[in-house]
Write a protein that binds this ligand. Structure first.
Ligand code: ZN
Length: 183
């Protein structure tokens, strides 16, 4: 059966609407196709370079990992947070520390490891939670309700490991969770 179906698609490179012959055509023209390809190659190169940079940066961390007792500054670099935050975690008891004297606070590295053992278990629990779509906001509803930018919202979702429920082309976020985080 040959039908002359004209499919309207949006070019993934330049964003213009074009008439496609198949439902999988991604680009409006050969030009956009090759430009997109070139960009992908470039991105891969950047990614590779970033990875190499990270490996160089990671080495001092390896040294810290070998230490049994850490200073607060070392804790901060190991956790990739500020020294101030590290002190805050210690003060609030999130990180166990011993105060040996003024400015001599030491943290056992194993206690830092334990910290992750307990947080690693968390996403598992969250996975088991089930949310009805009626208990959720869409992304745009959330943006409107809390008047934040999309970028900020995704940052919040990522940082708080908020579950996203994908349904068709929409993503849903549980109302109760986003409300407790953003209110
Ligand atoms: Zn195009």
């Amino acid at each position: 059966m040959s039908t002359n179906i004209r499919i309207q698609r949006v070019c993934q490179y330049c964003g213009t609407t074009f008439t496609a012959k198949t439902t999988t055509t991604a680009y409006c023209s050969h030009k956009c196709n090759s430009r997109a390809y070139k960009e992908k190659v470039k991105e891969k190169k950047i990614e590779k370079s970033n990875k190499e940079t990270l490996e160089v940066k990671v080495k001092p961390i390896e040294v810290l990992k070998a230490k049994e007792f850490l200073t607060v500054k070392e804790v901060a670099s190991l956790l990739n947070c500020s020294v101030r935050s590290a002190y805050y975690y210690i003060e609030t008891g999130k990180i166990k520390a011993v105060n040996l004297g003024q400015r001599v606070t030491r943290v056992r590295r194993v206690d830092i490891d334990k910290l992750f053992e307990s947080t690693e278990a968390q996403p598992e629990e969250k996975k088991e939670q089930h949310f009805e779509l009626s208990e959720c906001y869409t992304i745009s509803e959330t943006l409107e309700k809390f008047s934040i930018s999309e970028k900020a919202l995704y940052e919040v979702i990522k940082r708080n490991k908020i579950p996203k429920i994908k349904q068709g082309k929409f993503s849903y976020i549980p109302k109760s969770i986003i409300e407790s985080v953003l209110s």
